[in-house]
Write a protein that binds this ligand. Structure first.
Ligand code: MSS
Length: 366
């Protein structure tokens, strides 16, 4: 096996044993490293940056970071210190990259070959966007999108529009969105968007812009490339276009974490199969497991606390397994009645994979 790449400086505090370092900007959680306590430890949480993150200096005095708010009745800026006086919400939610599961697309889309680990269930703490909006007299009339701008320095010589991380989501998404300065009980690290990050629960990771410096309510979607042609549901072989669906809401999804290592035979007898199930925009309601490649399904139990509609649930099913080979699959259904499909939705960049067949694991019992 090739030598593991080292963790980049800004993520040095993470647990290298729990992670696959694809590059300095793309770090994946190993399938066996989510734990079974619902919340993904921060040291195990994936990282994805579209461009190099800003300097670590910006998290030295987080309260001094400023956020500009525009497209509202009374536009103004707030420091993080001021935001902390305006409201408080703790938001348990799945943070998942749009391209999680890309590795299984037969069309071999470009981009990081994530399997399951570009996701985690974490608790962000901050101020509700609603509270901030109230303080500025509400959004200006006719606004359709909530547009967030990342605080990266723009590389010299390039058109900022081609590189800036600026994402727009429908204004309806502000309902449960927060501006967060804390993750799992600790000040938000640079790796995850400190000093301040917007988090849009139920939406894919790219919509939760890190080191947010501007929050604007806008009539149009951002002109940035990452919005206009990036993160679009393009047919295989076709370029991204602003007329195609934007990658916003997440569909229901689940996968098995234990046992999941084909190289580690499991001892015959009673085996507990466990994993995680999410509902997307609404809660995961039921979860089924198959031990024969999806021919037969049986209900599994949710275990651990229910942290609300945007969090995932741990699930478990105890089965009796004789020596042999088993294909373990899981299928979740959300409160809106939507189930994981057998097949992925093919698309050029490998987004939104929630196929139960792709997430299946083959294990040996001896
Ligand atoms: N933000 C910013 N500012 N920048 C960048 O690059 N990225 C995205 C988000 N945000 C970015 C941002 C993505 S893309 C993702 S996933 C996320 O983030 C991640 O997170 P973390 O914390 O994990 O790193 Mo895909 O859809």
């Amino acid at each position: 096996a090739p030598a593991a790449k080292p963790l980049p400086e800004y993520a040095k505090w993470k647990n290298a044993d729990a992670l696959i370092v694809h590059s300095a900007n793309t770090i994946e959680t190993k399938r066996g490293a989510f734990g079974s306590s619902v919340i993904t430890p921060s040291e195990h949480l994936f990282v994805r940056n579209n461009i190099a993150p800003p300097s670590l200096d910006i998290v030295k005095d987080p309260d001094a970071w400023t956020l500009e708010v525009a497209g509202v009745a009374r536009p103004r800026s707030f420091t993080v210190a001021e935001l902390k006086t305006m409201g408080l919400a703790a938001l348990p939610m799945v943070l998942q990259c749009s391209g999680n599961g890309r590795a299984w697309f037969p069309s071999k889309p470009s981009g990081t070959q994530w399997t399951v680990g570009a996701a985690g269930c974490v608790i962000f703490t901050g101020v509700p966007v609603k509270a901030v909006l109230e303080a500025v007299g509400g959004m200006s009339e006719g606004m359709v999108y909530m547009t967030s701008t990342g605080g990266e320095d723009m590389p010299a010589g390039l058109d900022p529009k081609d590189v800036m991380v600026e994402r727009s989501v429908p204004v309806s998404a502000l309902e449960d969105a927060i501006l967060a300065w804390e993750l799992n009980g600790q000040p938000l690290s640079l790796a995850h968007g400190g000093p301040l990050r917007i988090v849009v629960p139920g939406y894919t990771g790219v919509n939760s812009v890190k080191y947010i410096k501007r929050l604007a309510f806008t009539k149009e979607q951002s002109p940035a490339k990452i919005q206009q042609t990036g993160y679009r549901l393009a047919p295989v072989g076709a370029k991204g276009e602003s007329t195609q669906a934007s990658i916003w809401e997440m569909p229901p999804k689940s996968w098995i974490n234990t046992p999941s290592d084909p190289a580690q035979p499991v001892k015959a007898g009673r085996v507990v199969i466990s994993g995680v199930a999410m509902g997307g925009m609404t809660a995961a309601k039921t979860i089924e497991v198959s031990i024969n490649g999806g021919k037969d399904w049986q209900p599994a139990q949710f275990v651990g606390p229910d942290l609300g509609r945007y969090a995932w649930r741990e699930f478990a099913l105890a089965v009796q397994l004789e020596p042999g080979t088993y294909q373990l699959a899981s299928r979740s259904t959300n409160a809106a009645g939507e189930s994981q499909p057998e097949e992925r939705m093919e698309n050029n960049r490998g987004y939104l994979n929630n196929s139960w067949r792709d997430h299946m694991v083959t294990i040996k019992v001896a």
